[in-house]
Design a protein around this ligand. Structure first.
Ligand SMILES: Cc1ncc(COP(=O)(O)O)c(C=O)c1O
Length: 391
């Protein structure tokens, strides 16, 4: 796995990173605020384990973990053993649980990383038992398919599997886990169905006898709006990073979440061109009048989405919108500055944030904020700071 972007790029927010003038500013105080929204949504006895898979949804898992450990997070959820290992290498010693990509071949590494594991397959559990130590049993959670239909054993298999798992002293079965399919729509009847099924499972005498009762069901949506999904610990993800778990039915602003990331750049070159000038690859747009153009060093290789080209998107310069002209290239975009005559040669540019936040991008691009966050490329430095005004 490549070294985490967090390790490569952790810098003070005061300094603009060296190299290409484009960077993602991460507001750690907003991250803490959003974490506390999740934390305070459940009873004090319920633990909060932030989801920091995919390098903290692209924000930088190490910086997110360090910040949220100080804020009181009880542990963290990742998807893959490689992600747990990267966190351990960076010195994160908080509890980590690997939720999805676990195979028998990765079992030894899970044990070495002192990670917990979601189990959907008895073969994986046996491999973990083989590599584990009776003196320090590996904490595992039996994942049950209550409606998501991805991983997880079927509800009717739970009792037999728990009896089998109980035979391995190097494993400690902490509880049952499952995942809500429709938590972005709290009124959706599937939530009630999944919650009732999970409740019946955790209430069974076999589950009560053979697990430590550390059950978990809630993602961000469940954490915020469905208290009956809380159980022993919650797993909030997207809300921490400043997007509503109920998008597009709600927004971060309505949900009281703060903006965590803003994406910045500078104008690298300005030029004036006559009317009738065709621009960029494919000459996809032609100027209607004498036009002032600005070239900004960011492109689709950075996660700046190609569909924002040809006027599909805009950037914010000196507080005003400058629409994109022509196609988004791999490393550059061009914007129309004709209506902005007084800007300086290397004027700051806001690509994402404020008027163009991740929810706006997701709406324009007909996708979800998760995808916007995860696709901001590794070559965009992440710059961490504590306050939006601290720039
Ligand atoms: C198993 C599991 N739990 C929790 C989460 C967090 O979900 P969200 O980001 O919607 O809060 C995810 C994210 O996909 C997940 O896969």
């Amino acid at each position: 796995m490549p070294v985490s972007k967090t390790l490569l790029h952790q810098k003070s927010i005061k300094g603009v990173p060296s190299g290409r003038p484009t960077w993602l500013k991460v507001d750690l105080s907003a991250l803490r605020h959003n974490y506390l929204q999740a934390r305070n949504a459940s009873a004090a006895t319920v633990e909060t384990w932030p989801v920091i898979k995919a390098d903290g949804y692209g924000v930088g898992a190490v910086a997110v973990a360090r910040t949220l450990i100080r804020a009181g997070a009880d542990g963290f959820c990742v998807a893959m053993v490689e992600e747990a290992e990267a966190l351990r290498i960076a010195g994160i010693d908080a509890p980590l649980v690997v939720m999805s990509s676990i195979t028998a071949a990765s079992a030894e590494r899970i044990v070495a990383a002192k990670a917990h594991a979601f189990i959907s397959d008895i073969g994986v559990a046996k491999a973990l038992a083989h590599h584990g130590l009776e003196s320090h049993p590996t904490p595992i959670y039996l994942k049950v398919n209550t409606g998501m239909g991805r991983l997880g054993v079927e509800p009717g298999e739970v009792d037999d599997l728990l009896k089998e798992l109980a035979r391995y002293p190097s494993l400690r079965v902490m509880g049952l886990v499952s995942h809500l399919a429709c938590a972005d729509q709290p009124e959706h009847p599937e939530n009630g169905r999944q919650i009732a099924l999970f409740q019946a499972l955790v209430g069974s005498s076999t589950v009560q006898q053979l697990t430590a009762g550390r059950h978990s069901l809630a993602n961000s949506g469940g954490t915020v709006k469905i208290p009956t999904a809380h159980h022993a610990w919650t797993r909030p993800g997207i809300m921490l990073y400043g997007a509503s778990p109920f998008f597009p039915h709600s927004s971060a602003h309505i949900d009281g979440l703060q903006e965590v990331i803003t994406w910045h750049s500078h104008i690298l070159k300005q030029r004036t061109v006559p009317a009738g000038t065709s621009l960029g690859y494919g000459h996809s747009q032609t100027t209607a009048c004498v036009s002032r153009l600005g070239v900004i060093p960011v492109g689709y290789a950075d996660g700046y989405r190609r569909r924002l080209g040809n006027g599909g998107g805009a950037v914010l310069i000196a507080g005003q919108k400058a629409p994109l002209l022509g196609r988004v290239c791999m490393d550059m975009i061009t914007v129309d500055l004709t209506h902005l005559p007084h800007i300086t040669p290397d004027e700051p540019v806001l690509l994402l944030g404020n008027a163009f936040n991740i929810e706006d991008w997701a709406g324009t691009l007909q996708t979800i904020p998760y995808e916007i966050l995860c696709q901001i490329g590794d070559r965009v430095p992440r710059v961490y700071g504590d306050s939006p005004s601290d720039s």
